[in-house]
Design a protein around this ligand. Structure first.
Ligand code: ATP
Ligand code: MG
Length: 557
């Protein structure tokens, strides 16, 4: 499929053509305050593929300038997720906090140039002085301090002579700017806090708008790709790199965030679900954190395909989870074995099959992919079938088992239902049938056709396993009706059926499935062995996605 270039590639092409840069260097700059999610995957994939496509480099940089919140646990999980997605930072793993010295020097430079000053205003006063969209700001009374005095006071800030909030360093730009970000933004604040990396060395910390462009510039980033909320900050980004005086200032380009309809994305919101115990940790397979998607069984390729399919643009849009499901199905359809598992079993007894006999029947592993070979599955007198593959009184167009009807047991024989046994409540417990020994392999020599083919597992050899079926965490009907996933109290519309745990029977070959092994269970969906809860010989299977889809591939224009 020939894809046209997106707007970021056009920018890069132009920059290279005009000689603004002679190479490409990008970065992914996460704040280590939570686990990454599918939205971050978009940024990671975009940044790393731009570097790859243009023969450039990609950095992973932890934006840890804020001394609160950061945790080593998050640093480790982020590294794992970025690597898993296939983005390679090689030896370029950086921490913004390692640039604190250089940032401090840059701030002194601005003071010496007369474009930064120490302010005596409190945070509240600064806010008042800033004005709003309709009112220009007022100049800070400290705005015209001499360079010498500013330098001394800034050094005193660093030396710990002031209490938290007592002084700030501000950029001297324009209090009347229509862009509020340009109204003398704060560069440094006093905060007597211990930093996870620099300890107690600093009691002043740089603000994001100052730190971020400098981090990019220090690392020689050419294209700083970020999300749309930073668009209004770009003039400030450019101002800082210009005033600090970098030879090759990076270019900030904004793109639209990835959102999923009726899915909780934002880090903060996922965190709340974890902390309130709605889900069972950051990697609960119902979440769209990268760790959760991985655990559920999504592949890096499916996430990549999904991100690319959703498009890179400036126009805000909301992607469909069904598109992600489409991508994983497409990836797994030809690449994993198709096995049989009965998730809601009832017993089928073949009355005319010899007692005590077991046959090994050959079956191909994936009809679309010869390379996956074949296997043999045991067949016997008693097998398990899905409860809903038998009906005593079928409705019209029901082609599966009912008394008198013949169906194919996949890869085995034709069987005809004869009767059933029921419990006291009228639930079917056992179905009796007869088989036609001439139909071995699932075809009739006399050309007789059957309309239904059902899957099965030999009762004598079946392995009982736990299977987990998922639905959206959100009650989609409610969310669609209210046009929000939150009710008026800010609580999510939760789907009580988002997790169903089943005792299923699977073919013996699945007994030794290992963590992250993926299979299609015919007629049921794609499944992945849970890496946390599986035990040797007792795999737990997460359903990644069912086979049915209402998703229509968008037209390419
Ligand atoms: P969240 O909005 O979920 O709290 P964040 O933006 O605070 O995430 P950061 O660690 O600051 O998280 O983000 C790292 C990078 O990922 C930033 O460049 C940010 O723009 C990008 N990013 C975050 N969310 C998305 C998203 N939904 N789609 C695309 N990129 C995103
Ligand atoms: Mg953030």
């Amino acid at each position: 499929m020939a894809e046209s270039k997106h707007f970021i590639e056009n920018f890069i092409d132009k920059d290279l053509e005009e000689g603004v840069y002679d190479h490409v260097q990008t970065r992914f700059p996460p704040e280590p305050n939570g686990y990454l999610h599918i939205g971050h995957a978009k940024s990671i994939i975009l940044n790393s593929t731009m570097a790859q496509e243009y023969g450039g480099k990609f950095n992973l940089r932890f934006d840890d300038t804020n001394p609160t919140k950061e945790k080593t646990e998050f640093v480790e999980s982020i590294k794992e997720d970025v690597k898993w997605l296939g983005a390679d930072w090689e030896d370029r793993l950086f921490f913004a906090s390692n640039y604190f010295d250089k940032m401090y020097e840059a701030a002194e430079k601005l003071i010496l140039k007369g474009v930064a000053y120490v302010s005596d205003l409190t945070a509240e006063e600064i806010k008042q002085y800033r004005g709003d969209y309709n009112t220009p700001g007022k100049n800070d009374p400290s705005r015209d301090r001499s360079v010498e005095e500013n330098l001394q006071m800034f050094r005193d800030m660093k030396a710990g002579k002031y209490a938290d909030g007592e002084k700030t360093l501000r950029a001297k730009i324009d209090m009347a700017s229509p862009n509020i970000n340009m109204r003398d933004p704060i560069i440094y604040r006093v905060a007597h806090m211990t930093h996870h990396n620099t300890g107690d060395k600093w009691c002043i910390y740089p603000m994001y708008d100052f730190a971020h462009p400098l981090e990019d510039a220090f690392e020689g980033i050419t294209h700083s790709l970020c999300t749309l909320e930073f668009e209004d900050h770009r003039p400030l980004y450019d101002w800082f790199v210009k005033e600090v005086g970098f030879e090759m200032p990076p270019r900030q380009i904004e793109f639209a965030k990835l959102y999923l309809k009726n899915v909780v994305t934002g880090k903060r919101y996922i965190k709340k679900l974890v902390e309130t115990g709605v889900v069972d940790g950051w990697d609960d397979p119902r979440l769209v954190s990268i760790a959760a998607l991985r655990r559920r069984g999504f592949t890096p390729k499916s996430i990549r395909d999904f991100v690319i399919m959703s498009g890179i643009s400036k126009a805000q849009s909301i992607a469909d989870y069904a598109a992600l499901e489409y991508c994983i199905r497409e990836d797994l359809k030809p690449s994993v074995p198709r096995m049989m598992a009965v998730i809601d079993p009832i017993k089928l007894v073949i009355d005319n099959y010899p007692e005590g006999k077991t046959e090994m029947l050959p079956i191909v592993n994936n009809a679309e992919n010869e390379e996956l070979g074949s296997r043999e599955i045991p067949f016997g007198k008693e097998i398990f079938i899905e409860r809903d593959d038998f009906m005593e009184e079928p409705p019209k167009k029901y082609f599966r088992l009912f008394p008198g009807n013949e169906v194919r047991l996949m890869g085995a024989y034709f069987v005809t239902a004869v009767s059933c046994e029921k419990d006291a409540d009228g639930n079917v417990t056992v179905v009796h049938c007869t088989y036609d020994p001439e139909t071995k392999g699932g075809n009739s020599p006399d050309g007789r056709k059957v309309k239904g083919t059902i899957h099965w597992v030999s009762a004598a050899d079946a392995v009982p396993v736990e299977v987990r079926l998922y639905e959206n965490l959100i009650d989609e009907d409610k969310a669609n009706e209210m046009d929000s996933i939150y009710d008026e109290n800010g609580e999510l519309y939760l789907n009580p059926n988002s997790l169903a745990v089943k005792k299923a029977y699977v073919e013996p070959a699945l007994k030794d499935a290992k963590a992250f092994d993926r299979f299609q269970f015919v007629r049921q969906g794609f499944f992945c062995v849970d890496y946390k809860d599986s035990k040797e010989g007792a795999p737990v299977f997460n359903r990644i996605v069912s086979l049915k889809s209402s998703f229509v591939l968008p037209k390419q224009d």
